[in-house]
Design a binder for this molecule. Structure first.
Ligand code: NCD
Length: 324
């Protein structure tokens, strides 16, 4: 149903907005031209917020923010994005979860919300839930994380941050560290970065490797990647160190979680071996994997990342509602 979404009769905005009425389900929907478009609008949104705080671009529009899993940043930045563009939000957090595959609960909820709202942001614990919702909805669905699957809006804000902080994407060496098996942010980020000439390093405990289907995407585009357990081995050569939390809620055996949860800790000692021009990223929340002692290091980019999340989500909302 991706091409038949109904967003009402809005005037076309920028010439190259291909997103009007579209779902945002996966990073595979984006090529370099579309990424440039979103990043340019994201930058305009940043200027807008810094100069004026808000605008009335989406006045009269309503976002349903439907979260079946916990969230602080994604949920509140989507809300802030909509409010700063003059729209309104129906916030639905901590919904009692029931199986999409067995019951009708998610489709019915989506049908309900789209009778009231113009766009739906969905976070759900099941892989593929956003695609199922999009199948039933006529209004645009934005995937805010579907279980261990994807988190496309996070990957967009991550790329935007790398580009802003380092001034380039091509030519970078990018390490992803921690839970690469269950971390949906690194799945989406890897699949988005293949649009650029980057080199990948995957640093993970044996039991938490990057899934083969993601590695296949990397192989398919001829990108180089290297896998290791040892972060010390690579810290001196990377431009981006993207650190992730071990995703406790995805483990069936908590003993396994306990065994690997503290495998990587980015602290001052480790950072003393890093390049001067590089950045440390984290989608947050962090548990122990980044020491608070490096928060004031200019290379720590995770607070800039979360601020950028609002600008990128403003760009996405404007784009799918036809005003980007
Ligand atoms: C991430 C998520 O939900 O996947 N958080 C976020 O959206 N910033 C990462 C995580 O929970 O570890």
């Amino acid at each position: 149903m991706t091409n038949t979404k109904d967003t009402g009769q809005l005037p076309a905005g920028h010439v190259s907005n291909d997103f009007r009425g579209q779902d945002i389900l996966s990073v595979s929907q984006f090529d370099r031209a579309k990424l440039d478009y979103i990043f340019n609008v994201g930058q305009e949104m940043q200027v807008l917020v810094e100069r004026f705080g808000s605008a009335d671009l989406l006045q009269g529009k309503i976002l349903a923010n439907l979260f079946y899993e916990p969230s602080t940043r994604t949920s509140s930045s989507f809300m802030a994005a909509m409010l700063r563009l003059g729209g309104q939000v129906i916030p639905i957090n901590n919904v009692q979860y029931s199986s999409v595959t067995k019951g009708e609960s998610l489709p019915d909820t989506i049908r309900t919300l789209e009778s009231y709202a113009d766009v739906i942001v969905l976070r759900h614990p099941e892989l593929g839930a956003a695609a199922i919702a999009a199948h039933y909805a006529k209004k645009p669905i934005i995937n805010a994380g579907d279980g261990v699957g994807e988190h496309p809006t996070q990957a967009l804000l991550d790329l935007f941050t790398i580009n802003q902080d380092l001034g380039q994407l091509d030519g970078l060496k990018i390490a992803m560290v921690g839970d690469l098996k269950y971390g949906r942010t690194v799945h989406s980020l890897t699949k988005l970065l293949i649009n650029y000439g980057v080199e990948f390093v995957f640093v993970n405990p044996d039991i938490l490797p990057m899934p083969e289907d993601v590695l296949d995407v990397v192989r398919g585009t001829g990108h180089t990647f290297h896998q290791t357990k040892n972060v010390h081995e690579i810290i001196g050569e990377v431009d981006v160190l993207y650190v992730t939390r071990v995703q406790k809620e995805r483990f069936t055996d908590l003993e396994q979680y306990d065994r690997v949860k503290d495998d990587y800790v980015v602290d001052e000692a480790l950072m003393s071996h890093a390049k001067q021009k590089m950045i440390v990223m984290h989608p947050l929340p962090r548990i122990n994997e980044i020491s608070y002692a490096i928060d004031d290091d200019p290379r720590a980019a995770y607070f800039r990342q979360m601020r950028n999340g609002m600008y990128i989500r403003m760009a996405l909302l404007a784009a799918v509602l036809g005003k980007g």
